[in-house]
Design a binder for this molecule. Structure first.
Ligand SMILES: Cc1cc2nc3c(=O)[nH]c(=O)nc-3n(C[C@H](O)[C@H](O)[C@H](O)COP(=O)(O)O)c2cc1C
Length: 358
């Protein structure tokens, strides 16, 4: 485990200041489309009560044409702090959407300038804004002009290896009024492949005065510590590491606050969490929730004997009862192995980044 230098440790012990919003944790749960709904955030928050969480990204154009707000924007009155993430390329639509986000209770409004998906970049949103910094700045200015909460930006280090512009881009966002920048250390053309290049995050942190959050390949407390030492960033944001593992943000937060590693959950504890996740999703979204739960269940069921078979079955469930029965049977079988044995599996599972390719 890397030793955090004293100056960094002292900074990490203070609240993260995003404009006038203070957050008591330096570990954030990223926006993940199809994942970070109200139910998932509730599970993450149980282990990381102080952390900032993000909704899935919401299209400002679609919002413009909707009579009712989408479920994507649901915020639990008890969940704080929380940010609603928006994407689009039209400053006027984004400003209007941001007002709705604030009315829903968002503590900050985040603009997605990092999504690599063609469907979104073709229309000028997500990471394509990296190639149009003037438009990106106009977006930040327009949104910041109408809302009374901080506007933040989440982006990547550049479009491709020939066009890495994270420092200039970050400076422009700051100048336009962004109050925090989250940087995923990959280019758009990298997608999720290769490793996140934290050295670029270090350069951006050096250049900007607003908080810079490091994102990319944070799969453990050890990785978070290494990233913070290497980048000097103001915090870290967890993403794929939380798929089927809502414990990660809390584990890292605990480590940064106490310098002690929290005991990872056993496989049985993970599967119990999967069961709860399934029940909550079905209650919240009905049949659609059960279908969405299949992929979550598959993410939970990793790293123990019989996991592949359980995964296959969980991916086909039609009812909550079916899913619960499968999980309960697996938990009963696991009860024959000792807790420490289960934990060992849990550690191997949690530390391996390969299981979570997007
Ligand atoms: C399934 C999935 C959905 C994602 N959805 C979003 C999103 O809605 N908004 C966003 O800014 N980034 C989104 N991302 C990107 C992540 O937030 C994060 O930047 C990226 O996965 C890098 O971090 P990692 O290497 O720790 O996974 C998504 C990534 C994945 C794998």
């Amino acid at each position: 485990m890397p030793i955090l230098p004293d100056a960094l440790k002292q900074r990490l012990a203070t609240p993260l200041k995003i404009g006038r919003v203070e957050v008591a944790s330096r570990v954030l749960q990223s926006p993940l489309s199809g994942v970070t709904d109200l139910v998932f955030r509730r599970l993450v928050r149980r282990y990381a009560p102080d952390s900032m969480m993000y909704t899935e990204m919401v299209s400002a154009s679609e919002l413009h044409h909707m009579q009712q707000l989408p479920k994507l924007m649901d915020i639990d009155p008890n969940e704080r702090p929380v940010s609603i993430q928006l994407f689009d390329c039209r400053p006027d639509f984004l400003a209007a959407a941001a007002l709705k986000a604030v009315a829903e209770g968002a503590d900050t409004v985040d603009i997605n300038m990092g999504c690599p998906v063609n469907k979104i970049t073709r229309k000028g949103g997500g990471s394509s804004l990296l190639r149009h910094p003037q438009m990106a700045a106009e977006i930040v200015r327009s949104v910041a002009a109408v809302v009374d909460v901080p506007v933040t930006v989440k982006t990547r280090i550049g479009w491709d290896d020939d066009d890495i512009n994270a420092v200039e881009f970050g400076l422009r966002m700051q100048e336009a009024g962004a109050e925090m920048l989250t940087l995923h250390g990959r280019t758009r053309s990298q997608g999720y492949a290769g490793t996140a290049r934290w050295e670029w995050i270090a350069q951006v942190k050096q250049a900007l005065s607003i908080p810079v959050i490091a994102n990319g390949d944070i799969f453990s407390a050890e990785a978070a510590a290494r990233c913070l030492v290497q980048t000097g960033a103001d915090g870290v944001m967890c993403s794929r590491g939380t798929l089927g593992y809502p414990f990660l943000v809390g584990e890292i937060d605990h480590f940064l606050k106490t310098a002690e590693l929290r005991q990872p959950p056993t496989v049985a504890e993970r599967l119990r969490c999967a069961r709860e996740h399934l029940i909550m999703l079905a209650e919240y979204k009905g049949v659609r929730g059960i279908r969405q739960a299949r992929k979550h269940m598959a993410w939970y069921a990793k790293g123990f004997e019989g996991a592949a078979d359980l995964r296959d079955r969980l991916c086909q469930i039609e009812t909550v009862e079916e899913g619960c029965e499968l999980l309960e049977r697996a938990i009963a079988l696991l009860s024959h192995s000792s807790k420490s044995e289960q934990r060992r599996h849990g550690e191997a599972f949690e530390r391996s980044p390969t299981f979570i390719s997007a």
